[in-house]
Design a protein around this ligand. Structure first.
Ligand code: SAH
Length: 345
């Protein structure tokens, strides 16, 4: 990474402290923060009400890590838009805008690639390249806002990467995105999804942020889960669910479990019954996602009838479940299909 600090990754008090030695008054640094975080300036030159001398100084000592649109695909059917964004070192990441009646949601990537190695997922096909900076996550939001001319009201950290494997940067991103002088996206409009790094879930709980915790469970027991998700060998289902229970209890918010259904792998009614037993008594919700095809992975999507039977079996046992409507399938923007395009073979 270049030595100059990324301005867009800095909290307002950090920006003020960094600019103070140059004699920049506090009101000026707040103005710069607003340009970066609320107005989404990509270049110092856009900050027209900041004196030229100050902009020159900023340019000498800091940088704005870019997040430039390299490609864009729109799904005609549901209005989903997928962006390919190029970062300063040539790495690329994807982000997806989903349009719902309640507003526009951006699915944000937190890493270039991923090292979690889930057997059914395209994002980890080439391992992890690097963590994204907070400013590069914010850049994904600003790029979409600017390109579409719309506001982004909700964020899901469900793009490429494992957010809790890039903990510090993700936390800083959350603070910046919800800052009143920035985008001011309330924590309640943010969901963070994890494959199950149990100790980091506890750490997150200690931050008392009020965001929705989403956990990619995908299996009712260790045998199936460890075969699908290597992370389960480190933190098995019971350890993970114990951390989830603590999170639900301390936040009084229900934990959302993602469960992608793959034919003949994890989609039997017996699996649903076992899952219901495991989740009994927890403040939670299960999101069922018909598995999405990833050609390299060879998993098949469950039949609609199997998905319905699975949902009914959960409901019968008092577990709240919905089948998620899949957006963006036609443009490979659906769950598990985001990838690092520069590495595509
Ligand atoms: N690393 C985090 C954030 C990624 S979110 C996590 O694992 O939660 C992306 C979601 O899509 C995860 O729930 C992931 O398990 C799911 N997913 C991955 N591949 C998929 C596929 N082929 N079909 C359906 N869902 C998939």
């Amino acid at each position: 990474m270049p030595a100059l600090l990324d301005l867009r990754s800095m909290l307002p008090e950090e920006l003020a402290a960094a600019l103070e030695p140059f004699g920049t008054p506090a009101y000026r640094s707040r103005q710069i923060f607003g340009w970066l975080q609320r107005r989404g300036a990509e270049q110092l030159g856009e900050m027209t009400d900041i004196p030229k001398a100050d902009r020159a100084l900023l340019g000498e000592h800091f940088r704005i890590a870019p997040c430039a649109i390299a490609n864009k695909q729109a799904a005609e059917r549901d209005g989903t838009v997928k962006y390919l964004l190029r970062l300063e070192d040539g790495e690329t990441v994807e982000s997806v805008v989903m349009r719902y009646a309640y507003g526009n949601t951006l699915c944000v990537s937190t890493q270039a690639g991923c090292r979690m190695g889930c057997a059914f997922c395209a994002s980890g096909l080439h391992g992890l390249t690097r963590n994204l900076l907070p400013g590069e996550m914010l850049g994904q939001i600003h790029a979409a806002r600017r390109d579409l001319g719309v506001e982004i009201s909700h964020i899901v950290l469900m793009g490429t990467g494992e957010p809790l494997d890039n903990y510090e940067n993700v936390l800083r991103f959350l603070r910046l995105a919800s800052h009143p002088e920035g985008l001011h996206i309330g924590q309640r409009k943010i969901s963070l999804s994890t494959c199950g790094l149990a100790p980091q879930i506890d750490r997150l709980q200690g931050e008392h942020l009020g965001l929705t915790l989403s956990v990619s469970l995908h299996a009712p027991n260790d045998a199936i889960r460890s075969a699908l998700m290597p992370v389960n060998r480190r933190w098995p289902v019971e350890a993970l669910l114990a951390a989830c229970r603590r999170y639900a209890q301390s936040s009084s918010r229900r934990v959302s479990f993602e469960y992608a259904l793959f034919r003949g792998v994890n989609d039997s009614v017996a699996c649903a019954e076992e899952l219901a037993g495991r989740l009994r008594g927890m403040l939670c919700h299960v999101n069922l996602i018909p598995g999405n095809p990833v050609p390299e992975r060879g998993f098949a999507r469950s039949e609609p009838a199997a998905v319905q039977a699975f949902a009914r079996a959960l409901e019968r046992r008092g577990i709240n479940a919905t089948v998620r409507r899949s957006l963006g399938g036609g443009i490979e923007a659906a769950c598990g299909q985001l990838r690092n395009q520069t590495k595509r073979t």
